[in-house]
Design a protein around this ligand. Structure first.
Ligand code: PR8
Length: 468
């Protein structure tokens, strides 16, 4: 566990060339080259998963005030966070334009034009865009930003309530697969009514535990029911000739995915990147002396080409600096596997491999099996990252039947799990009495379990946490 996580996180973003937060607008930062690559590979994964049965689109950034204000609950939830464009050059605009805080009110008026008949359904679109939220809580790079630069938002419309509920399940599976590929563990819960997305029937959320014990919501899936359909008049003619409102869902992830890759896997030496998103999956470090320099370099190039042919991302660090410094740098940057080759290794026809998660040096023979052996090490590394992260999570969810215990559990860096009857009043009392947040319903309670507040029969196990 990283001691002072907040400071560590801040430093690593700069040292590993992820983002630069010195841009002169609070809550807005620059993606630097190394971070941009991680972001790019992360997006490739989610896009690949969505592209199986969603289509990517791109909507304008600006939303007319009239549309944004149409859905009462929605605007109430967002009005304090909206940035407005009021002028075009020196002229006042006739209608204020919002920088989208999210795109329901940009997309749904168009759905109303596009959807006519049941044959137009389902419609499953997504876009990856920047959105703007004037966050009033403490901003933090990648975690709580005012320009969310990597907002993947999906919006679907369906003919029936059942299909709509199925879509929520499908999104849950997609997000699981996505996070699994990044070796990130998650807790899935149904948000309580008072923390449901503005305008939605219910919200399913993915949370992670950061090393400091605070939870971060890294993805949400909202069942919008028919509320937006009624506001934006999104109807279709059904098979029976009747005109009906569609049922809708939306789902989003953001820059927080990159924050969780960094936070969940990092250690005191720096990043530990999951192979799928690491800009370099293998870094070759030549140990160069005057004698035999060319032979070593040409062997490095040969190995690089062989690994690249197998679809791996490889770099050679041939900078004119001490090898020790190179090791240090690539540990900081979280390259999954390093291969070291010096003149003596060349004589012995070997390379020394080192996984980022283990200090052990492994001799690999430079033969036809090299590519397979390297892939095997990457696979073991990925599995170890995943297992370590999942065990950290399960060790940090602690069940209690005592309301007075909740604070101790959470202050020791954990999440508390408690029995809850499901009544809003009891849920809010938990928050008031403890000062922490009810994340949501994690699962059904066991038989005969009693609510931690009222003592009545408990329906659910709820998670309580300190949140980002
Ligand atoms: C929706 N509409 O908007 P959501 N900085 C970084 N990440 C953030 C921030 C922020 N300030 N605010 C939210 N997120 C729906 C679904 C279209 C898509 C991340 O939902 O408001 C959080 O991880 O819940 C959140 O789960 C996700 O964006 C979607 O935002």
């Amino acid at each position: 566990m990283v001691e002072n996580f907040s400071e560590w996180f801040h430093d690593i973003l700069e040292e590993a060339n992820i983002t630069d937060s010195r841009y002169p607008i609070k809550g807005m930062a620059i993606w630097m080259p190394y971070g941009f690559k991680i972001r790019k590979y992360m997006l490739e994964i989610i896009k690949e998963l969505l592209d199986k049965d969603h289509d990517e689109v791109l909507f304008p950034l600006l939303v007319p005030e009239g549309e944004l204000a149409k859905e009462g609950e929605h605007i109430k939830g967002f009005e304090e966070e909206v940035y407005w464009v009021t002028k075009g050059g020196v002229n006042d605009l006739n209608e204020k334009l919002a920088l989208r805080p999210t795109s329901e009110t940009a997309i749904y008026p168009m759905y109303s034009l596009w959807i006519r008949s049941h044959i137009d359904l389902p419609i499953k679109y997504y876009q990856v865009v920047n959105t703007f939220r004037y966050e009033t809580k403490h901003t933090r790079p990648l975690i709580r930003v005012r320009e969310i630069t990597t907002f993947k938002e999906a919006h679907t419309a369906h003919a029936t309530k059942e299909e709509c509920a199925q879509q929520i399940e499908d999104f849950i599976e997609i997000y699981k697969e996505f996070l699994d590929s990044l070796a990130i563990p998650y807790l899935i819960s149904k948000r309580p009514p008072w923390d449901t997305f503005p305008g939605a029937d219910y919200t399913m959320a993915f949370d992670i535990i950061m090393p400091d014990g605070k939870t971060l919501q890294i993805g949400t899936i909202h069942n919008l029911g028919q509320s937006f359909a009624k506001t934006f008049d999104i109807t279709f003619e059904d098979k029976d000739g009747e005109h009906k409102y569609v049922y809708q869902t939306c789902a989003g992830v953001s820059d927080r995915i990159v924050a969780s890759i960094i936070g969940v896997h990092g250690d005191e030496k720096g990043l530990r990147l999951p192979p799928r998103v690491s800009p370099n999956q293998i870094t070759i470090i030549p140990i160069l002396f005057k004698k035999g320099k060319e032979e070593v370099m040409s062997k490095c190039m040969e190995i690089k080409a062989a690994l690249e042919d197998a679809g791996l991302r490889v770099n050679i660090d041939d900078r004119d600096i001490r090898p020790g410094k190179k090791f240090y740098d690539w540990e900081l940057k979280g390259t999954p596997l390093k291969l070291e080759i010096g003149p003596r290794d060349l004589e012995n026809n070997i390379t020394i491999a080192m996984r980022r998660d283990e200090g052990e040096k492994i001799e690999l023979t430079l033969d036809d099996d090299l590519v397979d052996n390297v892939k095997d090490l990457l696979d073991k590394y990925y599995k170890n990252l995943k297992e370590t992260a999942w065990s950290f999570q399960s060790e940090h969810v602690k069940f209690t039947e005592e309301i007075n215990e909740i604070a101790n559990i959470i202050e020791a860096g954990n999440i508390a799990a408690v029995n809850w009857c499901g009544d809003e009043e009891c849920g809010k009392q938990i928050e008031e009495k403890t000062g922490y947040d009810v994340l949501g319903i994690y699962k059904d309670a066991e038989e005969n379990a009693k609510c931690i507040v009222s003592g009545n029969d408990a329906k659910y196990v709820a998670l309580i946490a300190k949140t980002y």
